[in-house]
Design a binder for this molecule. Sequence first.
Ligand code: PHE
Length: 342
Amino acid sequence: MQNSIDALKREFDCDIQNAKDLKYIEEIKLKYLSKKGPIQQLMKELKDVPSEKRPECGKWINDLKVAITEQVELLHTRFIEEEEANLLKNETIDITLPGKRRFFGRKHIITQVLDELLNIFSENGFSVQYGPDIDSDYYNFEALNFSHDHPARDMQDTFYLSPGMLLRTHTSNIQARIMETEKPPIRIVAPGRAYRNETITARSHVFFHQIEGFFVDRGVTFADLRATMDAFLAKFFGKDVETRFRPSYFPFVEPGLELDIRCLNCAGAGCQLCKQTGWLEILGAGMIHPEVLKNGDIDPEVFSGFAFGLGVERLVLLKYGIKDIRLFTENDLRFLKQWTSG
Ligand code: PHE
């Protein structure tokens, strides 16, 4: 028995000297201390030892077991600590390295200009209202004095979603809606997208943004429209701009007109931007048609008003000299990143 114990001790001493890493020490632990290991085996063999020698042998085996366990545990802990220390060493953060550049999102140029326009009108007493992009034929056309067979319906190629339902072709649907919920004085601006089934080119798109303006009260006149437009244009372009009203037709206004400004590029001499006319078309406007007021339950004998609808993309093109409306929706960061404020 004593020989076996000594042999095992020597074998262990040899094994433990070779233990260089955690994996190895775990193997040794398994080899010597598991239930089927040599120590348990010796314990079993004790019963064959003559009884007077048995306590002594038992003590040897036990001492060996304690010694092996202690050494194995000691190394096991040391290797684990070493491994953790190594991990930490490799993970060290170098605080002198330059930080990663973050890309900050920003408002789209259209949104920036939209906000700017709404601010200008808010300062002039207009409150902001919204309406649905998907609307009925009634609010987009009928309430605005487009009868069913009215040729003006062809002016705006409409995306129909189902019979009677459509993507609004202009933000004027909000005029029709606002009169149902509010009574004069009403002074609102309503931003939103408008949709038209048109060929996409540098100048036109299937959707774009408009701001509708709508003012109804007692005694509102054409002069109020003119003054409101002049104030807005001066603020937006940062200088007084020469304007002209040109007669035009929209079924929901009478008289209807288009507002032009002196060409920003050539100051009227004639250039490519203004197609040699010296003028740039800015928006549609007019005095609200009595029928439209009646549809909104407002008495045209008592109240009058003006409305205007401006295209936001067009204003951005003009103000910043952008040549192609498609750039706004192509999400090319090289283009979008130029508009940093906001
Ligand atoms: N809704 C018209 C358009 O989209 C613009 C407009 C608005 C004209 C209000 C007159 C008054 O073309």
